[in-house]
Design a protein around this ligand. Sequence first.
Ligand code: DGP
Ligand code: NA
Ligand code: NA
Length: 215
Amino acid sequence: GLSTRPTRRGALIVVEGLDRAGKSSQCEMLRDFISKRGDEVKYIRFPDRTTAIGKLIDSYLRGSSHQDDHSIHLLFSANRWEVAKSIEEDIASGTTVIVDRYSYSGVVYSAAKANPTLSLEWAWQPEIGLPRPDICLFLSISPEEAAKRGGFGAERYENETMQSRVRELFRTIFEKQQDVSIIDAGKSIEEVAQGIQGAVSDCIARLDATTPLRK
Ligand code: DGP
Ligand code: NA
Ligand code: NA
C-alpha cells in the first residue's frame, strides 16, 4: 500500500553575535547552502521592524523615541512571540528556519544596561516558551577585529561601552548554554562560512525527524 512517510521537520538555527560580526552575510550564505542541499529554508531576523511592535522598536533604536528599559525589553520579546507560531508551523512542515538574533541578544542587550532591576534572570522570563533553537552559532569577534571593520553606526547600543558589556554577557550565558557553536568570525568570510556549514550539517544529521521542536 501507500506509505505515508512523515515529513522530516526543519531545523531552527539561530545566529548570534555582536554588531559587525558579519551575521547578515553569513545568514545569507547559510540559506543558500541549505537550499542547495535540497531543503526548504527561510531566513528571518529580529527585531522584525515591519510589524506594529517592530516600528516602536525601530524608533527606539534610531533614538527617535524613549522607552523604559523594561518596557522596551518586553517589546523586543513580544516581537519574537508574534512570529513564534509561524516559525513552529514552518518547522513542522519541513522548512528550516535561520534566525538572525534571538532570545540571547534579547537578554544580553537588556542586561548590559546594568539597570538594577533588570537582571539576566529577569530578562529570561518572557523568553520562556518560545521555540528553542536546535543550534545557536555565536559569531565571535575580537574588539580589535571589530574596530578594523569600520566605525559604529548611529543606532542606540552601537558604542564601545555597550558592546564590551554585551561581549562579556554573551560569554557568560554561552558558557552555561548547550547546543552553542562558537565560530571565530575574525577569519575570512569563506572560512567562517565553512565553519558554520560544518556545525549545521552535524546538527541536521543528529536531528531526529520525529522529535518536535523543544520549547
Ligand atoms: P540589528 O538589526 O541586528 O542590528 O539589531 C538592532 C540592535 O538591537 C542591535 O544593537 C542588537 C539589539 N537587539 C536585538 N535584539 C534585541 C533584544 O531582544 N533586546 C534588546 N534590548 N536589544 C536587542
Ligand atoms: Na545593529
Ligand atoms: Na547587525
